[in-house]
Design a protein around this ligand. Structure first.
Ligand code: S2G
Ligand code: ZN
Length: 457
């Protein structure tokens, strides 16, 4: 394999040392073996085509690798695969101020794209805690969501064009950055969210928009989780929300222990809502705050008076993931329709209390999108395997509650390896059969990220 790869790549861009295999063969998940055969660092689309054709001829598998911030094992290589890293394909290729479209290689880091837009008075609105490491190719492969979806939608909504290399080694230019194009199936949308199982995303035409007006951030203490949607509706009616997030007191305590930020206010609450909205609505937001206190939904609250304070309040939410990481959390990333959230939350809270009375549970997420992150933290005296085995036992009951509400067992983190076997809780047998057919169309020899998203495919 190494010799064949060195016929395509210079020797220094083919890595096989244990250190390199250990770094590039895994993402943010820690529950799968890491055993790639090699890591390659292409710099051109032609090299991607060549290594894809080689994989088809020589019969080895390929794992696309971007920022490796995935949480479902989508970028893990456990069976001798060749990891194809986009670290060296990280150029911004073109920008047109009239189209407001920037053409990026897949390896551009998300935060770099955000800066590139800001330098031109524009704004790339998809944002999340890992944007400093994640790459746009991986964001596209998982249709990344994050904290601004309630106002700006998901990655899918900002991709005007996509250059891909299919699992058969064909290059497709999908949609070419056009606003309108009514010429049949929009193949771009098959690759967005496909988790690298149909081919490689190699370049993207990404839409930008005008910079938003000044924002304010508010954090509220909420007594009962089922009141959270009443709070959301009250503010949605009064201001233009850019974000509506929530987190539990236990999540807050981990951030306070891990980061140098103060509590939002002196009193404590079981849950907190974090809202971001256009500053023009500050008066209306304060009136709404009073109304939610009068209704008994909200206890205390704070509104940012400076960018620094707004950033400190956001840290309370964005710092959760890394603050709880040392506790090897068992993650669930669930979504139901927004109208189902209150009942769903109550049911899951009860179920978790029943099954996990002795374990620490951290709730947080994008409740404005119906998306909840339920994290069970591993106790120090339990091994990872024993802990995961215990958590896996409740997953069917948890996913049954999701299925009963026609929700998703993976709202934004993707299926990868972690949720693959639970896919039938959210997708019908007919859909799964059709997804397998689509996989065979684009990746006839099954070289692309085998075992991810679809079992035995
Ligand atoms: C979030 C980030 C990853 C995690 O904070 O919204 O999507 O830890 C998560 O769940
Ligand atoms: Zn999230």
């Amino acid at each position: 394999m190494r010799q064949a790869l060195e016929d395509i790549f210079p020797a220094e861009r083919v890595r096989t040392s244990p250190e390199d295999l250990g770094v590039w063969g895994v993402d943010w998940t820690r529950s799968f073996p890491v055993a790639p055969g090699a890591v390659v660092f292409p710099e051109t689309v032609e090299e991607i085509v060549a290594v894809t054709r080689l994989a088809n001829e020589a019969g080895f598998a390929l794992v696309p690798s971007g920022g490796r911030t995935g949480l479902s094992g989508g970028a893990v290589a456990s069976n001798g695969e060749v990891v194809v890293s986009f670290d060296r394909m990280n150029r911004v290729l073109d920008f047109n101020p009239v189209d407001r479209v920037v053409r990026c290689e897949a390896g551009v880091v998300t935060a770099r794209l955000q800066e590139y837009a800001a330098e031109r008075g524009l704004f790339y609105p998809v944002d999340f805690a890992s944007s400093g490491s994640s790459q746009v190719g991986g964001n596209i492969a998982t249709n990344a969501g994050g904290i601004k979806v309630i106002r700006y939608g998901l990655t899918r909504d900002w991709i005007a064009g996509l250059k891909v290399v299919t699992g058969a080694g064909e290059v497709l230019d999908c949609n070419n950055g056009l606003v309108k194009n009514a010429t049949g199936y929009d193949l771009r949308h098959l690759f967005i969210g496909a988790e690298g199982t149909l081919g490689f995303v190699v370049e993207a035409d990404i839409r930008l928009l005008e910079a938003p007006p000044p924002q304010r951030v508010m954090v509220l203490g909420v007594e009962r989780i089922s009141d959270m949607l009443d709070v959301l509706r009250s503010f949605q009616a009064a201001v233009t929300l850019s974000a509506f997030e929530f987190f539990s007191e236990s999540a807050l305590q981990h951030v306070l222990a891990h980061r140098d930020v103060p509590r939002p206010f002196a009193s404590r609450a079981p849950y907190y809502a974090l809202l971001e909205f256009d500053a023009a609505g500050e008066e209306a937001a304060l009136e709404t705050f009073e109304a939610t206190v009068a209704a008994g939904w909200v206890g205390d609250g704070v509104v940012s008076r400076s960018d620094a304070q707004a950033q400190a309040l956001w840290t309370l939410r964005e710092g959760i993931s890394e603050s709880i990481a040392p506790r090897t959390p068992y993650k669930n990333d669930l979504s139901v329709r927004i109208s189902d959230v209150p009942e769903f939350l109550d049911e899951i809270d009860r179920m978790v209390g029943e099954h996990y009375p002795d374990l620490e549970v951290c709730w947080y997420g994008h409740i404005g999108d119906g998306n909840l992150h339920l994290n069970i933290l591993k106790p120090d005296d339990l091994s990872i395997d024993a802990f995961y085995e215990r958590c896996h036992r409740i997953s069917p009951a948890l996913f049954e509650a999701v299925r009963a509400r026609r929700g998703s067992i993976s709202a934004e983190h993707g299926v990868g390896l972690l949720k693959r076997d639970f896919l039938p809780f959210s997708r019908s047998p007919a859909e799964i059969a059709l997804m397998r057919s689509v996989k065979r169309v684009f990746d006839p020899n099954g070289v692309m990220n085998p075992g991810k998203l679809l079992a035995d495919a």
